[in-house]
Design a protein around this ligand. Sequence first.
Ligand code: AMP
Length: 510
Amino acid sequence: MELLSRLSRYAKEKTDAVAFQNAYTDETITYGQLWDYSDRIASHIDETIDADKRPVVVYGHKSPLMLAVFLACVKTGHPYCPVDISMPTERLRDIVEASDTSLLISLEETEVGCEHKYSYDDVRGFVAEDLREAIGVDRYVSGDDVYYIIFTSGSTGKPKGVMITADCLDNYLTWMEQIVTRGGETGDYTYLNQAPFSFDLSVMDTYTSLYMGGTIWSMEKRLQEDMGLMHERLSGSGLGIWVSTPSFMNVCLLNKDFNSEMLPHMRIFLFCGEVLTNKTARQLKERFPEAQVINTYGPTESTVAVTEVVITDEMAGSEKPLSIGYDKPGTHIYIMDDKYTYPGLPEGEKGEIVIAGNTVAAGYLHQPELTADKFFKLTTPEGEMWAYKTGDEGYKTDGLLYYCGRMDFQIKLNGYRIELGDIESNILEMDDVTYCVVLPIEKRGEIKGLAAFVTLDHEITDEFEYSQSVRKYISEKLPHYMVPKKCIVLKEMPMTNNGKADRRALKELL
Ligand code: AMP
């Protein structure tokens, strides 16, 4: 596998270069240590569990040892499931159960048990020992073997494990390399890691950096919670590539000093995971005139992202919502109706976004029925392609893909068809609004109206008056049935562990 051969090479050529740094604790791991530590941990894993291909669950946060453990798992032929400390105990227990693992490596304390369990101290002990025997390269995960399994929330309330193979990851990284080296750059930058390892967005920064021989500059939870300290640390970070959700960027933009003076080496801002608004892109381009702002799109089920577009001043300044980009090489995106047949709907028509190509996941771990429901073989004139039904609505024009929201965020109110995202983007165009989520107000299962939740860049004294001003503004832009009944001003938007607005928590506020 190309990723592993490069890491082996960097261990020799860039032995003392920092591969990962925790920006809060300042703990680091070099390329030499990463390779060496993972060999030592691998020899223990190999002694503890069978050489079957069952996954190993790795629980922890942003310790440099996490990366060594991930690498140790794949060196012994086992995929790993990363679980962040933000997951509650019950969720970890569900994942240990669902993955049918016999080894839990917990770099942070947890009461969850498993047939075999290594603690942080165990792992520290392994890396301090002399290496007994390195595992042969032929045992490494490769080709169709599963490299990692990321659990995402399932509609049934139990998480589902998305299986990403070594080939998917290599294919994805080949594309990321093209993006970060465009214009003759080396790609060997300092990369921001904001997302926890259990969110696939972290793959974008972590593995691209490792693939390119860069340095991962990782912000752990404690740093993200302390804005003052975070900005202080950012100033000295030397970041060249930024990877985060747009929501996280909106928080950073609240600080007026967040600009190219603070981050003079910034080259590329990469976004994924939720809508990037024109307003955020505009602000960012003003503050970092030399850097590129890139919007990418994709689900965990197709290895992080499958489209990208560099946002131009014209795109950012237009009224039209930003595109989510062009298909990456090796991927074809089709817009389909419920027949799911090639070539799908004509250009410009809205339908479900279907992804076919070389980064589509193998399926859901131990869930053949769910896999068969969401994944399928698409017959095309060039042959069969493995494809995934995203549940996202979109359309294409001139090769550019546009996102129109989740098919399940489309609601009907008094017979009118409404996209909640439509109202959200309109409210976001108000100068003082920093974030907005619109939810239906339901009574006994029936939608009775809409509520908007907003955060602002200033304090207000009269919420009622403010709410009225939003209603007035929106009623000037949208039909009456799309005007929210109420507008609730929040000090802070509740976020999920993945850094997206927590719609469930907001619903409870209603
Ligand atoms: P996740 O698997 O957590 O990455 O979530 C995938 C979902 O996030 C997609 O199916 C989309 O609904 C949404 N998403 C990802 N990227 C974007 C984007 N650039 N713009 C809008 N929505 C996005």
